[in-house]
Design a protein around this ligand. Sequence first.
Ligand code: G1P
Length: 227
Amino acid sequence: LMDHFDKNYELEHQIQGTNKEPLLDDIRSLIDSAQYTFIRQREMKGLGHAILTGKELVGDNPFAVVLADDLCINEEQGVLAQMAALHRQFRCSIVAVEEVPESETHKYGVIAGEHLSDDLIRITDMVEKPEQGTAPSNLAIIGRYILTPDIFDILENTKPGKGGEIQITDALLEQAKKGCVIAYKFKGKRFDCGSVEGYIEATNYCYENVYLKGSKAEIDKDSTEKL
Ligand code: G1P
């Protein structure tokens, strides 16, 4: 990952002066637009534990969690930018949700709560990967979160849950009970690139809609935007 977001001198040298050189512009501007810092999660103790590993780095700031196997695309505003705007309005944690068939709910964290509007739900219940037939709704959390930093103290006191792992879903339910967590039915498409079918679907979609049509789809490139 560190190399991925760094200069590749050999490749750049080979491309320089060829008709492929303009392709470097996007990569260069992305790399120059941010500072990249890395932390390793040395043990596989779950997503909540992985997030807790970033505590010192994040400090006392709201921050985004992006699970890269969920690819989110929207023709206009990117999904994370939509969520950042909501965070500015509500000043609390925001999770992205999507309706899934009941047969799929066991793969996700699933939420329930009171509707504030068509696309906003104030969370009152959340279950990580519920057993078939026990999900509190069909609204599944997808891999985009904006979290307020008080989540770290909660995570430090969160006991291992589903699968013996420290789950962000359990910590978020605690945060919801103490204050407010909002689920947002985002505008856009989401592909589960962690499955072969989802990965192929995403590739075909991007080929048709981004590559061929040259659409200006926002693929979360605005994720570095300040909250
Ligand atoms: C994680 C979360 C789950 C969420 C999912 C979204 O699960 O634990 O709550 O619904 O990401 O992709 P994972 O897919 O890592 O098993």
